[in-house]
Design a protein around this ligand. Sequence first.
Ligand SMILES: *Cc1c(COP(=O)(O)O)cnc(C)c1O
Length: 369
Amino acid sequence: MEDNRTFLTRPYLPPLEEFLPYLSEIWESRQLTNGGPFHQQFEEKLRDHLGVGHVSLFANGTLALMTALQALRITGEVITTPYTFAATTHALLWNGIKPVFVDIRRDTCNLDEELVEAAITPRTTAILPVHCYGQPCAGGRLQEIADTYGLKLIYDAAHAFGVTVDGRSLLAQGDLAMLSFHATKVFNTFEGGAIVCHDLKLKQRIDYLKNFGFADEVTVVAPGINGKMNEFQAALGLLQLEHVDQAIAARMAIDRRYRQALAEVSGMECLPAIDGVRRNGGYFPVLVGPDYPLSRDQLYDRLRQWQIHVRRYFFPLISDLPMYRGIASAAPANLPVATSIARQILCLPIYPDLDPPTVDRIIDIISSP
Ligand SMILES: *Cc1c(COP(=O)(O)O)cnc(C)c1O
């Protein structure tokens, strides 16, 4: 039976025959992991592609973030957003750090920089914002606050692959940025991740930490973890780099189609595109407002009836999960914007080979529900 369902995303893969030569090389060399030749090449090519200082590859984004917090010796409290994927805040708990939630801005769904200062206490050591949907945080202002209070600035940039602001990589901001190459992301290596940083000594420490703390055969400098990316992932990453610009262009064509058509639908709001930002089309979020004939959840169900499996990203808020809701800053009264957006948000399907007739069908259903 044919599967007619459309999902939020469908992982992009290059043609299989292009990957086979890489596999042959791995089978021949028997270098499967531990910083083999593909790992080294991918790290360099990725650095050049992104136009950043240094890259350290990881088995996945969550391990990268956990290691980033260790590398910068973050302790105490960290100011972060409730409007994100669970991994952002879980990485804090795994490091024994207390998350302090600050509300978001309605126009970007990112941490509201003007509310950050009021949340700083003597125990605060860092700010951990997320470039939600690849929309840039207010980097200049956040850096200013971090500098004033002597805080580290760590970005969860899992959604921000390839995003630039005035021609400069978004990943160049802050002390470091974490990337995810999970199957559902704009750029994937099945699973994978990276830390981008600008200081060679910091990269060195990150590289020790992701390899159990080994500095050489007999020297262990820190209680590290196994966060290494393997040769299969790195080889796929090398090949994906050749295709990713085209994949992003295909996503952005869908973004334009949705944006243009949904502007006509009353009660339906798209997040504004920001001047000077090259986006990556990773997500297509819409806000289902009170003027729309259906509630967000009714529209979610209606689309499902038509085999369109959209997602409520991000709902529920992280601050509402059982392991966080006891924290004072997790109270909904402290997070009114995030609470309201989580009730209105819907992410529509977007991926490189989503065909225009399906996009039009989704638009039709939303236009006349
Ligand atoms: C995907 C994602 C992560 C986790 O990355 P993994 O590679 O899946 O471990 C973290 N933060 C955000 C915002 C994400 O979307």
